[in-house]
Design a binder for this molecule. Structure first.
Ligand SMILES: Nc1ncnc2c1ncn2[C@@H]1O[C@H](COP(=O)(O)OP(=O)(O)OP(=O)(O)O)[C@@H](O)[C@H]1O
Ligand SMILES: [Mg+2]
Length: 260
């Protein structure tokens, strides 16, 4: 029987499970967390096990992370998201010195030293500005899916000013821009730029040290990545599946525990 380790990341919006064998990715799942985070953790693991054609007995060690990490009864260890995203980002890009992780509820900037240890971080966890949640609310106001925002903005020749950082006020701002007949691509670009602006101020608090790697679901938003690259004046690398970075890091820590 193949020996596996598991990493589970229970985020505010999405839950991921990653299965590794000898530090190699075997399978993963991504699903909505919903109201029952404990159930989501079980379903995510079951789905990843199904994809791997493995039974729960094959899992030697499980690490949980994310805001719901304490709600995973089958986890052997709980590790903070900062540590897990660091491991996850380094797995894809070993020369990473700055990590930008933007999820649904919070955004983080993590600084690593040359050895890959976390030396500093900044976090925005009280306000939705600069997060995936902000993007979701604004996309809804524009009547597009959040994963279509970047594409909608591609046609824009300029960005409509979205000046409110408060999500509730920004939403009314979008509605009023639509009412004024501002082209939707320009509004979409304004939304992406607003998120980038918030994140850049957080990067500045920690200090920009290349190379930069972006993780979390918002790294799938090419418009936000592009706006950040332009504002920071540096390339941003995105792992093949940035949304699993936290769970991947958790699984890598599980691997180091299991092989003791
Ligand atoms: N295909 C996609 N294209 C563009 N954006 C996406 C896509 N998939 C997810 N996102 C963005 O990712 C966000 C969710 O990110 P993620 O799954 O990392 O959050 P989370 O881990 O649940 O939250 P947190 O870490 O804050 O608790 C969504 O709000 C959305 O903006
Ligand atoms: Mg997350």
């Amino acid at each position: 029987m193949q020996m596996l380790v598991a990493g589970i990341d229970i985020g505010s919006l999405s839950t991921e499970a990653v299965l590794l064998s000898n530090r190699k990715l075997v399978s993963y799942s991504i699903l909505a967390t919903g109201a029952d985070s404990r159930g989501a953790a079980h379903r995510a693991l079951d789905e990843a096990l199904g994809l791997a054609g493995a039974s729960p007995a094959a899992v030697r060690f499980t690490v949980s992370t994310g805001y719901g990490r304490t709600n995973v009864p089958f986890a052997d260890l709980q590790v903070t998201e900062i540590t897990c995203h660091a491991y996850g980002a380094l797995y894809s890009f070993l020369d990473t010195r700055t990590i930008i992780d933007i999820g649904g509820q919070d955004s983080k900037v993590i600084r690593l030293d040359e050895a890959g240890s976390v030396v500093d971080f900044a976090m925005n966890d009280k306000c939705a500005a600069g997060t995936g949640r902000f993007l979701e609310v604004m996309a809804r106001a524009l009547e597009v899916d959040v994963d279509e925002l970047a594409e909608l903005a591609v046609g824009a020749s300029r960005a409509a000013p979205v000046s409110n950082v408060c999500t509730v006020f920004a939403e009314s701002e979008i509605v009023s821009l639509i009412g004024q007949g501002v082209p939707r691509p320009e509004i979409a670009l304004g939304i992406l730029e607003s998120v980038a602006e918030r994140v850049v101020s957080m990067v500045k608090r920690v200090g920009l040290v290349p190379k930069v790697t972006m993780t979390g679901g918002v790294a799938k938003n090419k418009g936000v990545v592009k706006a950040l690259e332009r504002r920071l004046g540096t390339e941003i690398r995105v792992p093949e599946e940035p949304q699993i970075a936290g769970a991947l890091g958790a699984a890598l820590i599980a691997e180091s525990k299991a092989s003791r």
